[in-house]
Design a protein around this ligand. Structure first.
Ligand code: TXA
Ligand code: MG
Length: 323
């Protein structure tokens, strides 16, 4: 059984969390992006527990979450470009993929054998916990591998209903989508996962071109599997005619006829606000999926700003499944 602790009412949550982490066990904790499943990144057994709990393939590396830039510099090689990005966006929803320091204490298992390390400083209580713990935490999203990331403590408790797990509750996540992941090269940036920090923000801070992975170095984004974030229902995107009885994820104030045909409509943002839409996306996908409908339709969502990340997640959710 998951144990949910409301951190606004429990002054001891940091000590309780540190004790669990010291034992090499996992704790679910809020970040500004999504809820994560955290364990000591320097402890191989603790990292192995994360892979086991998530059912995650071991070739898929984890992000080292750190409490400060000085902690980050112990594990990744920070050139001028990485320093600029960290200064501009940390703490915040940006993960940097950097060459790994040879003497980094982060366990090999967390890095899945790569010579690079993914690092970020999260916003909120997770950062405080890591600073107190004084070493990095490996923190993937707190869902079973391939499923929708949790944006509330309740989502986490449902996902791991059969596991003894401490879940720190800090309310719904502000951003709602996983961090932007960028690989930092001397003369360019490679956007491995779009998120709240956009291409144009990355370009503006660094004066460098931001490109997509070329697909040749398949290892560059091992976690970017085509089918991901998948609900049980089939997903259909950019729908303008929703079949009778399907679930519908709407966007904007339209009063299209398709909204009447749907058996249930949840709106990402009546005002057409993309940030609000990002924060609501996974919650709405989960809510419609819980109704057991065979099909979830989604109205078109613009690709500007964080809309690119919303459409990235929707495309993966709608992709054909392996089984
Ligand atoms: O917002 C987030 O980043 C959340 C919260 C909890 O912090 N965490 C998260 O972790 O989304 P996860 O494990 O669900 O996704 C991490 C992604 C995976 O796609 C993984 O393949 C990629 O980061 N990754 C990790 N290390 C990498 C590396 N060295 N090179 C390329 N990709 C890497
Ligand atoms: Mg994930």
């Amino acid at each position: 059984m998951a144990k949910i602790v409301d951190i606004s009412r429990d002054a001891n949550f940091i000590e309780e969390t540190l004790a669990v982490l010291e034992r090499g066990e996992c704790v679910a904790m809020p970040t500004e992006t999504v809820y994560g499943l955290a364990a000591d990144a320097t402890n191989g057994l603790a990292v192995a527990r994360i892979f086991e709990m998530k059912g995650r393939p071991q070739f898929n590396p984890l992000i080292a979450h750190v409490g400060s830039l000085s902690m980050a510099r112990k594990h990744g090689v920070f050139g001028e470009v990485a320093e600029k990005l960290a200064t501009a966006f940390w703490p915040g929803p940006l993960t940097l993929v950097l060459p790994r320091k040879p003497d980094s204490a982060v366990h090999d298992l967390a890095m899945a054998g790569l010579s690079t390390i993914a690092i970020r400083i999260p916003r909120g209580p997770a950062r405080e916990i890591i600073a107190e713990f004084d070493r990095p935490l490996a923190v993937p999203s707190a869902n079973r591998s391939g499923r929708i990331s949790p944006t509330t403590a309740g989502h986490v408790a449902e996902e791991f209903a059969d596991v003894d797990l401490l879940v720190l509750d800090n309310g719904p996540c502000k951003v709602g989508l996983e961090s932007t992941i960028v690989k930092v090269l001397p003369d360019s940036l490679v956007l491995l996962r779009p998120g709240a920090i956009t291409d144009s923000e990355l370009g503006a801070v660094t004066d460098l071109p931001v490109r997509r992975p070329d697909g040749l170095g398949g290892i560059e984004a091992p976690g970017m599997l085509a089918s991901h974030y998948a609900p049980r229902a089939q997903m259909r995107l950019n729908v303008t005619e929703c079949p009778q009885g399907a679930g519908l994820i709407a966007f904007g104030s339209g009063t299209d006829r398709q909204r009447e045909a749907a058996s249930q409509v949840l709106n990402l943002s009546v005002d057409g606000d993309l940030k609000e839409a990002a924060a609501n996306l996974y919650r709405h996908m989960k809510a419609l999926d819980a109704l057991g409908l065979p099909l979830i339709c989604v109205e078109p969502v613009p690709t500007t700003g964080i809309g690119a990340a919303i459409n990235d997640r929707l495309t993966r959710a709608a992709a054909p499944r392996a089984s």
